[in-house]
Design a protein around this ligand. Structure first.
Ligand code: FES
Ligand SMILES: [Fe+2]
Length: 460
């Protein structure tokens, strides 16, 4: 099956909350995504703290395209295809490092950190001086912009600025990025996991699936709770709700607390946040020592953060998950750590999840170290295994032609989203629902059915 526009509109009927399994397995659809979605959208590249000095670099991807990102002599950040102009070889095969020159391992063409071709073996006797080296630099990614430490890039000349693309999503991202003077940094290295599953499964989850957390992660979350037996009449340490039966129920009851979801026409979403109290610190204090260190830090910085971000953002929107379309994900302050990540598609059936622990730059070293250890437990050690199991089982089921032709139900909370007196943008009145997923697939369809240019957002 190809990816003709009519067919795609039959497969993604977002108005009715219906999405076909075909979009998660079809190679033609995936190929079209690599042409129409990733090169045009703003894709997450790197956190600025990973590129402190000129010559610091990382290698990453924009969709299927390999990209080299480097700090320049003037302090700016440039991105270019990590693909030699001679035969396409990756000129840099390291994940990250520091270098002023990148020598292609195939025939030795050498580029500087700006992508200029600075050395060609046999230039005189082979090319007889006929090669215009100025014309054969690495292909630049033309637009690179940052938002509070996060660096994104697009190949599209028509895309709006990054800030306009983020829109109200920036208000929610600030809960993560702008808690304290000095912003944030990533620490503890990168963690890369190859997942069996289509990239949209994780994207839609971080955009809108708070629903799964109380079920999928129930046992993992309960493993982090105090190890004492629940006395009769015990309450959930996070929600203060009565615990009906044992520890495994605590996370589930916590999910029933009041909250909201946010969705954005550019396809971004905040999967759900709670509005009733400061959920995290109360629960954390009863967990392991590292989480108690983090809880003390949250408490010590509470007034400062409240003054900076306002009362609403100092409590509700933290402790949540979000997506910047198409593949930047985050989890803010859950079980002691905040994580940022990106899901790189690897064909239609797999993606690579890259994650970093994000900390306030101004946090004391012992707090940062505690957060890195919390991050190793959640999400890396527990949540990713739970979610990866789901995605893999979904992907396996969709190998069946009858299974993948089914239309799946994305109808929760239809018609409920709208303006909110406190939270900006399109907001749903519950912390669970599927408005952000519908918005994600609506936007995906607009990219996929726009053959030639940036897909403008049309008014409803
Ligand atoms: S492919 Fe890079 S020098 Fe030939
Ligand atoms: Fe999850």
């Amino acid at each position: 099956m190809g990816a003709d526009d009519t067919k795609l509109e039959d497969l993604v009927r977002w108005r009715e909350g219906l999405v076909s399994g075909e979009i998660f397995v079809d190679p033609g659809i995936h190929r079209q995504e690599t042409e129409r979605v990733f090169p045009r959208a703003w894709n997450y590249l790197v956190h600025e703290s990973q590129l402190r000095q000129p010559g610091d670099f990382v290698t990453t991807f924009i969709g299927a395209d390999p990209v080299l990102v480097a700090r320049q002599r003037d302090g700016s950040i440039a991105a270019m295809l990590n693909s030699c102009r001679h035969r396409g070889m990756a000129v840099c095969r390291a994940d990250a490092g520091h270098s002023r020159a990148f020598t292609c391992p195939f025939h030795g063409w050498t580029y500087d950190e700006a992508g200029r071709l600075i050395n060609v073996p046999n230039l005189e006797n082979g090319y007889r001086g006929q090669l215009d080296t100025g014309a054969w630099g690495l292909t630049p990614v033309p637009r690179v912009e940052g938002y509070k430490g996060l660096v994104f890039a697009t190949f599209s000349p028509d895309a709006p600025s990054l800030v306009d693309y983020l829109g109200e999503m920036a208000w929610y991202l600030d809960c993560l990025l702008d808690r304290r003077e000095g912003g944030t940094e990533v620490t503890g290295g990168v963690h890369k996991i190859r997942m069996h599953g289509n990239w949209k499964l994780i994207a839609e989850q971080f955009a809108g699936d708070n629903y799964h957390a109380g079920i999928t992660h129930a046992s993992a979350a309960s493993a982090l709770a105090p190890v004492t037996a629940d006395p009769a009449g015990a309450t959930d340490p996070i929600s203060a709700d009565p615990v009906p039966t044992g520890r495994a129920m605590r996370f589930t009851t916590a999910m029933a607390r009041p909250g909201r979801q946010f969705s954005h026409r550019q396809g971004h979403g905040v999967a759900g946040f709670f509005t009733s109290d400061k959920a995290l610190t109360g629960g954390l204090r009863q967990m392991a020592r590292d989480q108690a260190v983090v809880a003390d830090y949250y408490e010590a910085t509470d007034v400062e953060v409240t003054n900076r971000l306002g009362a609403e953002r100092a409590k509700g929107p933290s402790g949540t998950a979000g997506l910047v379309f198409p593949t930047f994900i985050y989890l803010a302050g859950v079980f002691g750590a905040s994580t940022i990540g990106v899901a790189h598609p690897v064909g239609p059936e797999h993606f690579e999840l890259w994650r970093w622990c994000l900390v306030d730059a101004a946090a004391p070293p012992e707090v940062k170290a505690a957060m890195v250890r919390c991050h190793a437990v959640w999400p890396l050690g527990l949540a990713d295994a739970d979610d990866g199991e789901n995605w893999s089982a979904v992907q396996a089921a969709l190998q069946g032609p009858m299974a993948r032709r089914q239309l799946f139900n994305y109808q929760m909370g239809m018609g409920l989203a709208g303006p909110d007196p406190v939270y900006p943008g399109t907001v749903s009145p519950e912390p669970i629902g599927e408005e952000p997923q519908r918005a994600f697939y609506r936007r995906w369809l607009e990219y996929m059915t726009s053959p030639d240019s940036w897909p403008e957002v049309v008014a409803d």
